[in-house]
Write a protein that binds this ligand. Structure first.
Ligand SMILES: *[C@@H]1O[C@H](CO)[C@@H](O)[C@H](O)[C@H]1NC(C)=O
Ligand SMILES: *[C@@H]1O[C@H](CO)[C@@H](O)[C@H](O)[C@H]1NC(C)=O
Ligand SMILES: *[C@@H]1O[C@H](CO)[C@@H](O)[C@H](O)[C@H]1NC(C)=O
Ligand SMILES: *[C@@H]1O[C@H](CO)[C@@H](O)[C@H](O)[C@H]1NC(C)=O
Ligand SMILES: *[C@@H]1O[C@H](CO)[C@@H](O)[C@H](O)[C@H]1NC(C)=O
Ligand SMILES: *[C@@H]1O[C@H](CO)[C@@H](O)[C@H](O)[C@H]1NC(C)=O
Ligand SMILES: *[C@@H]1O[C@H](CO)[C@@H](O)[C@H](O)[C@H]1NC(C)=O
Ligand SMILES: *[C@@H]1O[C@H](CO)[C@@H](O)[C@H](O)[C@H]1NC(C)=O
Ligand SMILES: *[C@@H]1O[C@H](CO)[C@@H](O)[C@H](O)[C@H]1NC(C)=O
Length: 890
């Protein structure tokens, strides 16, 4: 028997059975692919009486086309249009079916030169993740069809067309028919039909309505066969329910003593084949007559004495799949010795087992991701068919667990960054229960960061940055973060610091309460002078504006998020009323900072705090406020001033710090607060401050730059422990960036790294420079910039003095020579190294910490010994300072 493909055309023309029985097409799905939207849908096809529906509700991709006019007459209406897929590799129809039902699925492709290119397309058909068939129009130029019996494992059937070369996949119709659950059942997997004939001299083909399942029976005969038939009704009520007309006729051999041989041709010699043979006796046999024959396939006997039942249909099938060598399955019906009549055969079907080895992705994950797709209207061409498998068609932005083919894949990564998402974060995401990475960054998502994310135990990374989400992060999520979840939210994830680094250092014991005061009036005077200097000297400056205490801070904290709930219970959000209470109506001012006044206060009636109240008018101030709250709520270190809480209530902004009882370093150096600090205390304060900075630089991931290191920002606790304060200008680097270039440079004149000032390139070394200036102040107690000096900048002055080799004139006279000159030299060397105009030559803060600790140890050990021996000596200089190398603009 020949393949049915070529017969299609002829069969359509001669289709003759147009007597409609009652409608039995329940559960039928008939898609007219590419039906024009102008045409009614559904419509009844006149030849079959079947209702066809436009495919437009089952697929979102593809374009519609129509076969050449002159060919239309050869085809039924549903076959006259096509949907074709110039875009994407895989395009899928999703069709709702009944899980567990055995379906006949038929795809038909009639090219009809719809694109006027006369290039015959070749492409693959898949069901879900599994290859079904190749459509090769070059072999069947008049059109072809593929048919399979398949039991869907879910209620969604994905029928996919896959591009395999540069031709364009297309499809004419899909027809889906439920089959009874007691026929064509095998344990081997889906069955791909390669042959279905009824044996007749007629040329008619049979399908619905005479076949209730809409199988298509082509007619077939051989020259050495002759037809026998009956006009009586055949009882067809076995499970296969063949059409009457398929059983009313039968073939018998012309040579009554010869066997009846029928050959079926599967597509491949490797195919595992099932043959179904349908019999019914159509002749009246007398009492002394019999029709008995042996049925064998490929020489294997299925029945050695089969007798067809009179007008009663019966099916004999190969019980297990067979292999047909040379692509020929030989069915041989041999008359037995008892038989008075030759063998007969009414109809035959051949199927090949299709190995659907790839299991579909986990059903719940598939439902979940499709819901997410629907919620956000994701319009990615790859987002069709099975999300995970086969792997080459993985949905763009997904990754899945890949175990063996027999295990359903799970979605482990969802990356919808830069996908134009709007609305809130969809609760459906939590149904992806194996998700490890979630990236929704760079969209326009709004609303809250949902708590459910914290309950998704598999999650390791969440990126929600660059959205318009609410700032607050649920406490549960912050707790997960502590357990190792990486949470990237604007202004949050980037300020992540290692909790381990917060452990107090042995050498620098914990000091309990201490006092605050940020920038003080003194500095303003200094700066006012400076501003004038800078204006004069830097005429072509790229500095945009100057404000009193800082050169224009970079205002780029627009997305900074702030925790409404706090990391630790001691950090809290306070109401304005509480702020009034705690400061006793702003009774006692401690000082005035750049953006507001600092007041003394109490919380819980006993704990002293410093409350910085931000002036309401300052918009700059608000950004700094947010930056500082954001940073301090997450950064904890014994040498960083601790934020107790904050107030952010309709324009009332306040930062509540731990109280630093000894004010700032500047006050002490200037003698505003009692006697001068001795040398070893100064060294310890410097080491404390260096530890704080080291933590910002190396303990935070990514690292953070303070940008405003100066004496007024180093606060002193009860035992003169040093802490870094005022993080309003602090910046952290973008992930992966070694440095950060900003157009606007911020910091305090005099302390500002000249290289950063010149290039705008921000790095940790800028803090090292500023720290070097602080160290010089600690050593010399000179003003950072003094226009009355010949060398106005402290580095110029120190270098100038050093080159004269006289350290007594460099040292703060208030120390009265009470220091070990060795440690002084080391400190001086270190300070000048830090303040090196070239950032390359500066040490890291970690090196600074080590060096200062050693200075301190040597100072302590020398104490009480020959402490004064070297102080007037001309201790050999280990370096030479070129005053010209120091920038004159400082
Ligand atoms: C296609 O149909 C034409 C008639 O329109 C026929 O001549 C030709 O043989 C058919 N081709 C095949 C491969 O069946
Ligand atoms: C199936 O496709 C239709 C239209 O293409 C779409 O509206 C529907 O949501 C899809 N259903 C599923 C479960 O993917
Ligand atoms: C087949 O379907 C019928 C109803 O359509 C049901 O009663 C029967 O249990 C099913 N048999 C199997 C094996 O699923
Ligand atoms: C048809 O055959 C079935 C058994 O296959 C039997 O139960 C039924 O009664 C028969 N119907 C008629 C009308 O003889
Ligand atoms: C009929 O078939 C038998 C058995 O195959 C054979 O021996 C015989 O020659 C055949 N007769 C004719 C006329 O072909
Ligand atoms: C069967 O019996 C009839 C008479 O009832 C007779 O004519 C016929 O030849 C017999 N056929 C055979 C094969 O014996
Ligand atoms: C996707 O997951 C597999 C393991 O399942 C891994 O080998 C692969 O690198 C991942 N791909 C990407 C892009 O993350
Ligand atoms: C998501 O995709 C973007 C670009 O497509 C990529 O830059 C980003 O790293 C991805 N996110 C994750 C978590 O892999
Ligand atoms: C999550 O899945 C469950 C069960 O499949 C379903 O009932 C629920 O609606 C889904 N949740 C969302 C938000 O889609």
């Amino acid at each position: 028997m020949d393949s049915f493909h070529g017969i299609l055309l002829v069969a359509v023309v001669t289709f003759a059975i147009i007597h409609f029985v009652q409608a039995q097409d329940e559960g039928f799905i008939s898609l007219d692919c590419g039906l024009s939207p102008n045409e009614p849908s559904p419509y009844t096809e006149s030849a079959t009486g079947l209702q066809y529906t436009s495919d437009s509700n089952f697929i979102q991709t593809g374009k519609i086309g129509r076969i050449q006019r002159n060919l239309e007459a050869n085809y039924l209406k549903p076959q006259m249009t096509v949907r074709y897929f110039p875009d994407g590799i895989r395009n899928c129809y999703n069709i709702t079916v009944m899980q567990g039902t055995n379906y006949l699925i038929r795809a038909r492709a009639i090219y009809g030169n719809y694109d006027s290119l006369n290039i015959y397309p070749k492409f693959d058909l898949y069901i879900g993740p599994n290859f079904w068939a190749t459509i090769d129009i070059g072999k069947y130029v008049n059109g072809t069809r593929e048919e399979i019996n398949y039991i869907p494992k879910s209620n969604i059937l994905d029928l996919c067309l896959v591009k395999t070369d540069d031709t364009t996949p297309f499809i004419s119709t899909f027809e889906i028919r439920p089959l009874p659950n007691d026929s064509y059942i095998t344990t081997s997997g889906p069955l791909k039909m390669f042959s279905r004939y009824y044996l007749t001299d007629s040329e008619d083909y049979l399908r619905y309505p005479v076949d209730v399942y809409d199988r298509i029976w082509n007619s077939y005969t051989e020259t050495d066969w002759k037809q026998i038939s009956t006009s009586l009704t055949v009882n067809t009520s076995n499970s296969f329910r063949l059409p009457q007309d398929a059983l009313k006729t039968a073939a018998t051999p012309v040579n009554a003593s010869a066997p009846l041989i029928d050959i079926e041709y599967p597509d491949s010699s490797n195919d595992k084949v099932y043959i179904y043979l349908h019999f019914a006796e159509v002749q009246v046999l007398k009492a002394n007559e019999t029709r008995e024959f042996e049925i064998s396939v490929n020489g294997e006997s299925l029945d050695d004495s089969y007798r067809p039942l009179y007008l009663q249909s019966e099916t004999v099938q190969t019980p297990s799949p067979i292999i047909c060598e040379d692509k020929e399955c030989v069915v041989k019906l041999t008359k037995s010795g008892k038989s008075t009549h030759p063998p007969l055969l009414n109809a035959v079907e051949g199927f090949a087992v299709v190995d659907f080895l790839q299991s579909e992705s986990d059903e719940n994950d598939v439902i979940a991701i499709k819901n997410i797709r629907a919620v956000y209207g994701v319009n990615k061409v790859s987002w069709q068919g099975d999300p995970c498998v086969p792997r080459q068609f993985l949905w763009d932005g997904l990754n899945c667990s890949s175990t063996d083919k027999s295990t359903p894949s799970r979605i482990t990564s969802l990356n919808l960054s830069s996908s134009g998402l709007t609305g809130t974060i969809d609760a459906g995401i939590q149904n992806l229960t194996h998700l490890e990475k979630l990236d929704l960054s760079n969209n326009s998502l709004t609303g809250a960061i949902p708590e459910f994310l914290a309950n998704m135990k598999s999650l390791l990374i969440i990126n929600l940055s660059k959205n318009n989400l609410n700032d607050s992060i649920p406490q549960a999520l912050l707790n997960r973060e502590k357990e190792g979840l990486k949470l990237i939210v604007d202004g949050h994830g980037i300020n992540q610091c290692l909790p381990g680094s917060c452990a107090p250092k042995k050498n620098f014991p914990v000091m309990i309460v201490a006092l605050v005061a940020t920038a003080v009036a003194v500095i303003i005077v200094v700066v006012m002078i400076l501003v004038c200097v800078l204006r004069k000297k830097k005429t072509s400056s790229h500095v945009e504006a100057n404000t009193p205490s800082v050169i224009t801070p970079r205002a780029n904290f627009t997305h900074t998020s702030m925790s409404e709930t706090s990391i630790e219970t001691k950090e809290r959000r306070f109401s304005h009323t509480e702020v009034i209470q705690m400061t006793n109506k702003f009774e006692r001012a401690l000082g005035e900072g750049g953006f507001g006044i600092v007041y003394h206060g109490y919380i819980n009636g006993s704990q002293q705090v410093a409350v910085k109240v931000l002036s309401e008018s300052s918009s700059q101030g608000y950004k700094h406020f947010k930056a500082e709250v954001e940073l301090l709520l997450r950064v904890h270190h014994i040498n960083l001033v601790n934020l107790v809480g904050y107030c952010d209530e309709r324009g009332h902004l306040a930062l509540i710090y731990e109280y630093m009882s000894n004010g700032d370093l500047k006050e002490h150096l200037s003698g505003k607060r009692g006697g001068p600090l001795n040398w070893s205390t100064r060294l310890r304060i410097a080491a404390d401050a260096a530890l704080g900075l080291e933590y910002l630089h190396t303990g935070c991931q990514p690292s953070m730059v303070h940008r405003d290191v100066k004496c007024t920002n180093i606060l002193l606790g009860e035992q003169f422990s040093g802490k870094i304060a005022d993080f309003g200008l602090s910046r952290s680097f973008q992930l992966g960036d070694e440095s950060h270039v900003s157009t606007v440079v911020a910091g305090t004149p005099g302390y500002l790294d000249p290289e950063y000032y010149r290039t705008g390139r921000l790095a940790e070394t800028s803090d090292v420079y500023s720290f070097g200036i602080v160290l010089l102040e600690i050593i010399t107690n000179q003003r950072v910039i003094d226009q009355t000096r010949k060398k106005s900048h402290i580095t110029e002055w120190t270098a100038f003095m050093l080159n004269r080799g006289d350290i007594t004139r460099i040292m703060d006279p208030n120390l009265h020579g009470d220091y070990n000159s060795r440690s002084v030299w080391r400190a001086l060397e270190l300070a000048m190294l830090c303040a090196n105009p070239s950032s390359e030559n500066r040490p890291s803060m970690s090196q600074v910490v080590i060096e200062l600790k050693e200075c301190l140890t040597s100072e302590k050990s020398m104490k009480g010994k020959n402490q004064d021996t070297d102080s007037h000596s001309s201790f050999e200089m280990s370096m030479s300072f070129d005053a010209k190398a120091v920038p004159s603009a400082r």
